[in-house]
Design a protein around this ligand. Structure first.
Ligand SMILES: [Zn+2]
Length: 153
């Protein structure tokens, strides 16, 4: 077992997943908390709500559809007109993912599960501002008890 005093904390949260685009979203009543590998208990009193996703669609979710995920943050900084410095932070550790062209960044973002933002919004933002921090799912600790695919068909 690791020493809790020196084990860097990971952020974890219950999120909903949009069945249309796969992006996850936070709920204000489940803010990210420190996660040190403890058992997570599915919130039992979360009634069905309609969630607006960043992709423009809405989806219905309740406690059974929520997933508990660990969260990494991604710092993206434009370093030249077609080059971005990308750094991932997780559990107090920063990993330099190297310079990426816009095409590489686009591919990278689409291969990940972002939270509260979709890849096209990231690129749109970077065309205006020069730097952006986004949250993304690093791993799923508890998957949905119900299958979100059933809800969207
Ligand atoms: Zn969506």
């Amino acid at each position: 077992m690791g020493n809790l005093a020196t084990t860097p904390m990971v952020r974890g949260a219950w999120v909903g997943k949009c069945p249309a685009c796969g992006t996850c979203c936070f709920f204000s009543r489940f803010p990210p908390t420190d996660y040190a590998g403890q058992q997570v208990v599915r919130p039992g009193t979360f009634n069905s709500v309609s969630v607006p996703c960043s992709c423009g669609r809405r989806f219905q979710t309740d406690g059974d559809y929520l997933l508990f995920v660990t969260i990494a943050s991604l710092s993206i900084q434009r370093s030249s007109p077609d080059s971005f410095a990308v750094e991932q932070s997780y559990a107090g550790t920063k990993t330099d993912l190297g310079p990426m062209s816009e095409t590489e960044l686009w591919r990278y973002l689409n291969s990940r599960t972002l939270i509260n933002i979709i890849p096209s919004q990231v690129l749109t933002f970077l065309n205006v501002g020069n730097a952006l921090d986004v949250d993304m799912v690093l791993s799923v600790v508890r998957s949905a008890a119900a299958d979100p695919q059933l809800a969207c068909s």
